[in-house]
Write a protein that binds this ligand. Sequence first.
Ligand code: BGC
Length: 521
Amino acid sequence: MAGGAFVDSGPAGKEYPGKLTLYVFFTCVVAATGGLIFGYDIGISGGVTSMDSFLQKFFPSVYEKEQRNKDSNQYCKFDSQLLTTFTSSLYLAALIASFFAATVTRVFGRKWSMFGGGITFLIGAALNGAAKNVLMLILGRILLGIGVGFANQSVPVYLSEMAPARLRGMLNIGFQLMITIGILCANLINYGTSKITGGWGWRVSLALAAVPAAIITVGSLFLPDTPNSLIDRGHDEAARKMLHRIRGTDDIDEEYNDLVAASMESKLVEHPWANILRPKYRAQLTMAILIPFFQQLTGINVIMFYAPVLFKTIGFGNDASLMSSVITGLVNVFATLVSIFTVDKFGRRKLFLQGGSQMLICQIIVGTLIAIKLGTSGEGSFGKTYAGFLVFFICLYVAGFAWSWGPLGWLVPSEIFPLEIRSAGQSINVSVNMLFTFIIAQAFLTMLCHMKFGLFYFFGGWVFIMTTFIAFFLPETKNVPIEEMILVWRNHWFWGRFISDKDIHIGKNVEMGKGKPKAEA
Ligand code: BGC
């Protein structure tokens, strides 16, 4: 194949002077805590919806069905649209919020978007903790969703803009690390609160969402704006000072000039939403849609939302179910660390390809293990050793996700858009992610009931498709300065045809030849 589809098609690039300053490191840590609210929420709903006291109070029909079904079809006992609406309403709210967040992020800066997200989430947590009826519960979740929409819009972009190019992957994945820590904390809290006998354990679980919300709300007030956003909003001098401070060197002219050039270019664009449809952005638009779509089609949230329900479904006791989800939560955090330390060295593509293959193999094994014991009737149970094997392969699958699609699903979209479409592009990314999170959250229990063990093969099939897609269509983006990313697409065997030389005006210092980025040479 011409150009070699499997070969990283890096651009000619450059490396700006500067080092990783303590200041950048800390601002990135604080900003990344925006991931905690998203993670806490992902982790908390599954545990809460498997608590009897919660079901009895808000979803008595599901509770009765669960009681009645004790010995019959394991696959179908939790199938309830109302119950899934509780989990998934948040993602619809986040989807809509991310479009408004795009404007806030662009016009007022990334930090106010994070602040807005934190505050809204805080109110949602209070409403949920005090819920007296399903309406309060769902209203609270809508507010939490708005918070997530704002945070997920602004945090990844903030991190990618602050970071020096050669460490962008590592710093950006701080966001995903916080997501996984949020999920783990939620799992642990559910494990503790499920033991509260007074029937109010779920309230503690839901109200404690206020803690991560308070962290990002207060933290965001101390965050500086990114130089890219400052220049874009006309604060050139402040941007120069900020660049000087975050890069820890006086030698910032080259990077500064490129940021100004990128901003001037972006000023020519009147309608970022219409602009993103132009042929020269075809690659970015495709990625903004397909990467989040694929990330959700890995099936990860079946494990994240419903691990306790899933483990109960396949015959684990209450305690064992919650404990197993704590184990998958731990694996999720530690495996994310692997990507932090490898993403800028080996690159995004290698992680995608390795992680995807690992997930696929595990999904086939898990589906088959369940098929052998529960068959299509859904009747049967697992012995201890057998169940142990199952949890082991589920963990291996989670690990594969945690160093590939998990972090890269947020990193890659946040680093590929030119400034003029960055906020719009990121909204598309967030909203597609939320839409499919919603669809899977909403459909999972019904799918499990109908597709049975085949559900794992279904997601496995998607993982095969997405891994092949990455192999052919995603160029390597490691080490490439964010405002020079267009060269990566220009040099790609497929996407290059949509971009002409006149589309490339990024600073006078750029060489336009083909080849590897300098940092890689
Ligand atoms: C995804 C979530 C998922 C989480 C698991 C995130 O990157 O967007 O949907 O639940 O990773 O760690």
